[in-house]
Design a protein around this ligand. Sequence first.
Ligand code: AMP
Ligand code: MG
Length: 484
Amino acid sequence: MPPGVDFDNSYAQELQGFYVPWQGQHWPDPQLVILNAPLARTLGLDPAMLSGTAGIALLSGHALPDSARPLAQAYAGHQFGGFSPQLGDGRAILVGEMLDPDGRRWDLHLKGSGRTPFARGGDGRAVLGPVLREYLISEAMAALGVPTTRALAACTTGDRVLRQNGLEPGAVLARIASSHLRVGTFQFFAARGEVDRLRLLLDYALARHDPDLVGTPDAALAFLDRVARRQAHLVAQWMGLGFIHGVMNTDNTTLSGETIDYGPCAFMDRYDPATVFSSIDRTGRYAYGNQPAIIQWNLARLAEALLPLIDRSETRAIERATEVVEAMAGACRSAWLEVFTRKLGLPAPDAALIEALHDLWQGRGVDFTGFFRALPAALRGDEAGVLALFSDPAGVAGWLARWRAQIPDPARATAQMETVNPLYIPRNHLVEEALHAASFEGDLSLFETLLARVQAPFTSVAGMERYAAPAPEDAPEIVTFCGT
Ligand code: AMP
Ligand code: MG
């Protein structure tokens, strides 16, 4: 057992029947590609230990410490609107939980650790490109202040795995989360009518995420409300960054309010609410502009699953849950307004001004991230940078004048805007080139440069202009995939 990793296993111990005990696969030659040493330290783990043989065996799932009780979690989920009663970790395991020096509990989860009984037709594997993609984007989100799972390490396995473009290096992502409980975890037991298990799961979820609600009357309803608020806040943050999750199925909607499952996600370059990158999202269900509506739909599914715990009378339970779900529309709206209020440096929300801006962007090819970074100059009276972003600048000067009139203290507003509007995001063309070099040329240098930029997204670095620039006009449209 590697010294210094002592797993606690509350999920394994308290939630029997919610998983299958399962080991990771043995690999021909597990190697560390990248370790998140600062994150390791905050967890109380020694980066030197994690970089050694036993550490790499742990991070790749090759051989786990005796204190781990690894398992594949069971869950269900609505995928693109259709219910799958049995999903579960098909290519991942929960190794166990770790308590950090502040006593907080974190899951260590390995993605790409081999087939499990939930794998269905899948090969149980992950490959280096998508593993580094999740590493990069989740770390960017963390640096942007968005609740998210974190990447602790990426390892290669020493074998090759068949994907669309041929054989690619097999890889495993080690990730950390405050839990891996999902809306779909409740749905799994609700669909089977197992009310006792639902109750057990609720108690467990409360202990992990809302300990102040443990033992309170109406805890199920209060929990639904908490999850709704966390998710409303989360999706509003995505909207403020132009982030498109891409596969907002209920099995990818956490109870903690953390972003999870960076498969087909991407950041929108030019503003267009209909933007979709995922190859399988043909109807645009998970398009940028639909995300607030979808998260409410997902919370309605959680409400349904919780009904037997909300009230003994089903009619009464439905009434009470409906109230919470309907109130979520207001929570989404105010979280969204708050995000754009901060992005515009406004002293107070101004819905009409924020909506007018979205109308102004429509159909004009505006670089979403660049727009906000051009605002401070416009506040000082230099509008050229903002105007140049619009294919048609009609109405922009008028909007800028309205906006400026709302700002009492330009210096303060600029300082505020620069803490929320990133200069560096994982732009699609940069991500693609970095992952291609890493996967097919064995060259990690572009990945490391891009990672360094997005880990400090608000700080301008001389010579790195390319990393802040909009996508080139001739950049190919990217297409993203699930299950890679
Ligand atoms: P996702 O859309 O990536 O969240 O995955 C949905 C479901 O498919 C989950 O149950 C995953 O564990 C499973 N899955 C995705 N890719 C694979 C794979 N390559 N092998 C086995 N299961 C997979
Ligand atoms: Mg998933």
